[in-house]
Design a protein around this ligand. Structure first.
Ligand SMILES: [Zn+2]
Ligand SMILES: [Zn+2]
Length: 357
């Protein structure tokens, strides 16, 4: 928590940190750029206007330096369909996308933060948490959250980044920068952190676990939620949380566990944030978890541009698509859609506080 002894990170501090890490912060103009002269109208069954390739193509344009892009190939090396999926009907009650990466490019259009948020708002997604995976993307999240009232930030070093930073001797410097950002008032979560044994092998485990423990410490010290990335590492994630003592608010982002982990979350009061993966036909464990999750622990997210929900799997993802995931969730839980949205809305506020503050 920031106090007079330990003041909140200022905008000046953000600029300085960006300079130290040679990162060019997005400008207000870039964030606010919009193709709409008035409020966005989004027609059900059509790709939202801002996401239509014809409107403004990035082809031939230089994309931002260091901007990461989702691969244009799918799992089997096949070319993916890069057209953004059609809009669903608006939700009957607003919700939030509590995990998105608006700085990551996918598809054939570059979408400004403003247009992404306007499109989401038209379909019932009132606000988002923009999540960092390294120093540049965390700085990006802080900057966007500090100028855009519909965005809060999460900052962290992704578990797949930690071993790379450790190898070059930069991990502690990067962790210190994350800790600095943790004191910013628009940063409401430390994440995504955790363990990923799918992409990182045995030799990266020590660095991952050390980094995860440090992120837990930072979250507790600054009174922020912890957003966990857990891929093929349920047992160690739970073990380390218990060893360190879990922060008050813990979120399993893109929840990927089975009923056993759901019971552990239920017992500990840890939040389960469901992404597009819950809609996939073979996601039996996740679907079972969704069914038994205590309602007050359920959250929803996109992890956009990844993990596009069924039936658009493989296509680009964006915050407006969390709408499809929540519809699936209501159906699967045999719950009224409006009631589930209201629950998610309340839960999300409980974890991250108010977007208006
Ligand atoms: Zn993740
Ligand atoms: Zn993510």
């Amino acid at each position: 928590m920031c106090t007079s002894k330990n003041p909140c990170m200022s905008e000046n501090d953000v600029t300085q940190l960006a300079e130290q890490f040679s990162f060019t912060l997005p400008t207000q103009q870039e964030i606010d750029a919009s193709i709409f002269s008035a409020k966005a109208t989004v027609e059900e069954g059509e790709t939202p206007p801002a996401y239509e390739a014809e409107r403004y193509s990035v082809e031939g344009e230089e994309s931002g330096e260091g901007t990461r892009r989702r691969s244009t190939e799918g799992d089997g090396g096949r070319k993916r369909n890069l057209v953004f999926p059609p809009a669903p009907a608006p939700l009957p009650h607003p919700i939030m996308d509590n995990h998105t990466h608006m700085d990551l490019l996918d598809g054939e259009v570059e979408i400004s933060v403003h247009d992404a948020l306007d499109t989401g708002a038209a379909l019932g997604i009132e606000s988002v948490v923009q999540v960092g995976c390294d120093i540049p993307s965390s700085l990006y999240a802080v900057k966007v959250a500090s100028v855009e009232p519909r965005v809060l930030a999460a900052v962290a070093l992704h578990p797949n980044e930690a071993p790379k930073l450790a190898e070059t001797g930069e991990l502690d410097r990067a962790l210190a920068a994350i800790e600095k950002m943790a004191s910013h008032e628009r940063v409401r979560a430390i994440g995504e952190t955790g363990l990923d044994y799918f992409r990182t092998g045995e030799d990266g485990k020590d660095a991952q676990q050390y980094s995860f423990r440090e992120h837990i410490r930072i979250a507790k010290k600054h009174g922020k939620a912890l957003q966990i990335h857990d891929r093929d590492a349920h047992d160690d994630v739970v073990r380390i949380l218990n060893e360190e003592g879990a922060p008050e608010k813990v979120v399993f982002h893109c929840y990927s566990g089975d009923a056993e982990l759901a019971e552990i979350c239920n017992t500990n009061g840890w939040y389960m944030s469901f992404a597009g993966t819950v809609t996939f036909k073979n996601s039996h464990g996740i679907q079972e978890s969704l069914k038994i999750a205590r309602p007050e622990l359920v959250l929803a997210e996109t992890d956009a541009p990844f993990l596009t929900p069924h039936p658009f799997r493989g296509r680009p993802n964006a915050s407006y698509m969390v709408n499809y995931t929540v519809r699936f969730m209501a159906q699967h839980r045999e719950q009224d859609l409006q009631e589930l949205c209201r629950t998610i809305y309340d839960n999300t506020h409980r974890v991250y506080g108010s977007w208006a503050d």
